[in-house]
Ligand binder design. Structure first.
Ligand SMILES: [Zn+2]
Length: 316
């Protein structure tokens, strides 16, 4: 039994490390005070009175008294004391504060004290719910690990652009309009075929679609388009046999989004419109420059990068 308890405590610390507040998630609901130790259990303000009022606790005749033995709930809550020696001096003022505390305490309706699990609204503990919480956390963490790897391969400006785009905080016309900016039109300045949202600009605009299909062909990725922006941000290739390849392609996806956005801005601010082949060339050149300069693990050769970018030397 002792070792089982140790295992549970150890596991609960591991769970806490995932930022799930598991260790403190079990709380006592006090009804009558029949199963709760007055001094030892953490029933009042989430701490044990024996610790907070240590000097008084030493004077207590019955250290294991139950809450129901000490507290009487009349109109006002009062505590009955049983001291080995009458508190005086500092312990006297401790006693005054302690006498005040239970008045703010709320007893739960019911016949007996129970444990409640405060990660669930109704308080019932469930392994299934806990499992799901852990899975969700692990998944979130793994995404952020991927993202860090990708960010390390790219300049900060690309990372900043992507995180703004994710939060729909790049100044496409629809977003500007939502924020009260007065515009002649909310239509796409590139193709004029639809209103300009982040989704449209980065995925569905004619320029974007063209560059994506060139990028897919370049990397031999068999897909026609993303089902959503989130899929693109998250990274669409997950090759467990070749995680480096996944990371590289994911970095390319972000660079591709960045180049699409730059082209859109060139059209608005410089009245200059790039062509599909030029955009692909820029994607290949920029990603080569950025990734080969930043990656300590990979050696990329330009000619190979152009023809077959997913083959490279991995120095591990
Ligand atoms: Zn468009």
């Amino acid at each position: 039994m002792g070792s089982t308890w140790k295992t549970i405590c150890k596991a609960s610390l591991d769970i806490d490390e995932l930022d799930i507040p598991f260790t403190n998630s079990f709380v006592k609901r006090i009804c009558k005070g029949d199963k709760t130790l007055f001094w030892v259990d953490k029933w009042l303000n989430n701490s044990a009175l024996a610790g907070r009022f240590n000097r008084l606790f030493k004077l207590e005749s019955n250290p294991e008294a139950l809450v129901m033995n000490k507290i009487s709930k009349g109109g006002n809550i009062s505590i009955s004391w049983d001291w080995k020696r009458t508190p005086s001096g500092r312990t006297r003022s401790d006693l005054n504060s302690l006498n005040e505390m239970p008045n703010a305490f709320e007893f739960t309706e019911g016949v007996s004290d129970t444990w409640a699990w405060n990660l669930q609204p109704h308080g019932l503990f469930s392994w299934k719910v806990l499992d799901r919480m852990i899975d969700d956390k692990l998944l979130q963490d793994s995404i952020s690990i991927n993202e860090t790897e990708r960010l390390n391969l790219l300049p900060q400006k690309v990372g900043v652009f992507i995180s703004r785009a994710k939060q729909r905080q790049i100044p496409v016309r629809v977003e500007l309009d939502k924020r009260g900016v007065d515009l002649d039109s909310v239509r796409c300045p590139v193709c004029d075929n639809d209103i300009e949202t982040v989704e449209h600009t980065l995925l569905h605009c004619s320029f974007a679609k063209d560059l994506w299909s060139r990028a897919f062909r370049w990397w031999n990725v068999r897909r026609s388009m993303y089902s959503s922006l989130d899929e693109m941000f998250k990274g669409s290739l997950n090759d467990s046999h070749n995680p480096q390849k996944s990371t590289l392609w994911q970095a390319i996806e972000w660079v591709c989004g960045y180049i699409i956005w730059r082209n859109r801005n060139n059209i608005i601010f410089h009245k200059s419109r790039g062509s599909g082949p030029m955009a692909l060339n820029e994607l290949q050149l920029k990603s080569f420059e950025w990734i080969s300069r930043r990656s300590r693990k990979l050696t990329i050769v330009w000619s190979q990068w152009l023809l077959n970018p997913s083959t490279f030397d991995d120095h591990g």
